[in-house]
Design a protein around this ligand. Structure first.
Ligand SMILES: [Zn+2]
Length: 71
């Protein structure tokens, strides 16, 4: 999941709970700036897209591609 800010392609790592609009998921850098506003509550995203989860999913994808190509 990418940062919701325009022109930002960082991986989103924080969900911002914004009372006056929809929640937004942004990268750590944008979260630091946006969370300065009163009422915005930053919540770190965990479990959903951790580095470890991404890596193992990616490794499985690579290995299945590889094993099907050598048959
Ligand atoms: Zn960002």
């Amino acid at each position: 999941m990418e940062c919701a800010e325009p022109d930002c392609t960082e991986r989103a790592s924080v969900r911002l709970h914004i009372p006056w609009t929809e929640n937004k998921v942004v990268c750590a850098a944008h979260a630091r700036g946006l969370a300065q506003a009163d009422g915005i509550v930053p919540e770190p995203l965990e479990d959903t897209e951790t580095e470890t989860g991404y890596s193992s999913g990616f490794a499985i994808m690579i290995s299945s591609t590889y094993s099907s190509s050598i048959r």
